[in-house]
Each structure stands twice: as C-alpha cells, then as structure tokens.
Write a protein that binds this ligand. Sequence first.
Ligand SMILES: [Mn+2]
Length: 271
Amino acid sequence: MSTYAIGDIQGCAGSLRRLLALIQPNWSEDSLWIAGDLVNRGPDSLGVLRKIKSLQTEYPDHVRCVLGNHDIHLLMAHYELTHTRKGDTLQSILSAPDREELINWLNHQPFLYREGKYLMVHAGLLPSWTENQAESLASETQRIMIKDPRVFLEHVYGNHPDYWDDSLEGIDRYRVIINAMTRLRFCTPQGRMEFHSKGQPQHAPDGFFPWYSVPHVRKPDTIALFGHWSQLGLRRMPGYLSLDSGCLWEGTLTAMRLEDNQFFQVPRSEY
Ligand SMILES: [Mn+2]
C-alpha cells in the first residue's frame, strides 16, 4: 500500500499523464494525494481537472485533493465574481460542455485533508492551530462554501484581517482560514500573515519568516504536506514536506511516496 503525494499540477496535463505512467498506482490499494492548484497557467487546465475528477469518482477513497488559490480563482471566474487575468488558462474549462459538473466537483473538495499523522493543505497552517482545530476550521469553511458558493466567494477575497483570533466571526473568519490554507508563505511567530512576497524562503520581509519555520502548537510527530511555493521547491523538513517542484516553471512534477520518502519525477511537458 503506497501513498503518493503530488504538488501543484497547474494545468500540466501531459506531465500528470507521464507521472501516473511512471508510478502506475495500483488503485485497489494505493492512494494519490494532490496538494491543490490543479488548474491555471499551464497548457491544459481542462485536461487536468477532468482527469483528477474521473479518478476520484472511480476511486473515491484513494484520491484526495485540497483546494488551492488557483482553484478558488477558477470558482470565482465561474460565478463571474472576478475577471480572468493575463496568463490564466481557465477559458477551456469555462467553455467546456461539462463545466457545471467540473465546478460542482471542485466546489466539494476540502481545504484540508488529514489522515494518520499527515495534514495536507495547499499553502500553510497558522502556528496557533492544533491539528484538530485546523481540521475543524477547514470543514466549517467548506460547509459554508458549499451551501451558497456564489454568495460566499463574493466576499472572500482580501488580505484583512491578517491574523487568526478564535473570536473572529463571519466572512472575516473564513477569509483568514482560506488565506492561510491557500495563500500563506510568510508569517510572524504570532501568526500575522504577509501576502506579497513569493520569493525564496530566505528572502522573508522584515519580521516575517516562512510559516513552517516558526514554532507551531501542532504535535511534533505530525507532518504537514503542502505545495504553493515553487521557489521553496521539493523539500523535506522535520514535520513538513513541501511538494511544489515548479512543474509550471520549467521544473518537474513530483510524486513523493510517503511510506519510504522515495520520489518520482517527470519534466514539464508542453501539452
Ligand atoms: Mn498556489
């Protein structure tokens, strides 16, 4: 039984095909975990979304996926709450005959997946969150979003408040949860988030640190899997595994086998 964790695919359907051919999952026992940002910027967002949806539909207990910031951007574009931006490759999905089914499927993906000692999010976790709290905040947010995605997403964009407080309510509460789980790279030891810097972890703005390098209250034997940070790249650290090996940026697409930390890589492909 093997679990393969994959970082940001971002529409690189050809690389995904080659990676699946390389690892050849045995679907009766192996699992595939995907750390979000299935779509956008790469050449075939529609192909990736269809592939992962069909795999999860066929093997629901073996394919796990969390939402990333580009996936949220797609949902917002679908509900006409935002315009697509230069460089976006979402139009193929928005024009697809199966658009409604694809969006509905994406809408039902969680912000966090937890199994055993692993917690998978797209971007990060705040230092004051226990693993139980992070899991319950993620499912609370998902429940609210599923109820009425258009109304929920209309107010969810924004950088403030930029810190967590247990007493936060309403849209402020969900904005902090979603920003941490889908956009976070740098924060202060107190958990104040910064959203402008995308560079290498050593280039943190003054007073900020990579979120995984400040002390967290989570149990030390848990491992957070995340993507979102191509400048950080594939990196194994005590308690953390960074999975975005920059497929989109001339890098590679990586599957890390969690049981033995062996990794499998394919190069970026043009289709
Ligand atoms: Mn991302």
